[in-house]
Design a protein. Sequence first.
Length: 317
Amino acid sequence: YLFLYFQVLKAFDYSSPLKGQQQMYKLDIGWPKIPEYFTGQTFCVAVDSLHGLVYVGQRGDNVPKVLVFSEEGYFLYSWNNTVEMPHGIFVSNTETDSSVWITDVGTGKYGHTVKQYSPSGKLLQVLGTPGNAGSSLIPLQFDQPAEIFVEESGDIYVVDGDGGMNNRLLKLSNDYKEMWLAGANGSGIGQFKIPHSVTLDPFGRVWVADRDNKRLQVFDKVTGEWLGSWSSCFAEDGPYSVRFSANYKYLIVAQLNINRLAILAAAPVGSIGDCVMVTAIQLADETKPHLVDVDMKSGAVYVAEIGAQQVQKYIPL
């Protein structure tokens, strides 16, 4: 019944901008073509805009953990090897190949790791010690790592973790050596309470959704130095996910508990200032948007919704 309920909501395109604000995105009700392929809780989504692919990470017993769709919404294939509880997912493209990175927050023999896969699901690299929750003293020992962002250079940013003992932002080189580490458990400047999502802007700044502190924090990507934070937009609910629009003019932030995507004006070069909400997409009750990703070619926004157990696609108007 729940599934039918959400399908009915989908048909009516429940998403709406706040009163008096412009509508910037429209729900693509034809994506995916067959929603029944979602059989678990959809926690994360990653777009490979180079190859027109969309990867979805889902959880549940006896369900495929990774589903792969075309950007048109056709189901292509799934895989399940060595993935326990996917939390975050990211597609990295270099000149020679593409790979899929997954943060695994499981407590079994595959958990507490950041893993790299081929597009077909072959395990290529494991960071962390599978099955062992880490301590903040050891850089590559994770405790429920939440999300990863990989630059074209191969440098890696990991936010660790999703409620574990670590509350930190870690930068690794393309050969997996620690470059710098920021954060500790707390609510002071540069500290975190559940760093949940991470992304980069074109000006060398790292943006982190500091979920339980209800703010975005910003760091210099070269030095790890704290540059500023935004909190005034998140009084109602903390940011769960942070991504830039394809033109880098906006930040798209998921707020799970109020079922909303906030569209914020991106900060100019220099001062971080404070956040300005341009508009918001209000989703149906109990949708629970967890993590989002953006197709950097088309500008489409994909939203992984734990409550609705689906991924929805929003296209820019």
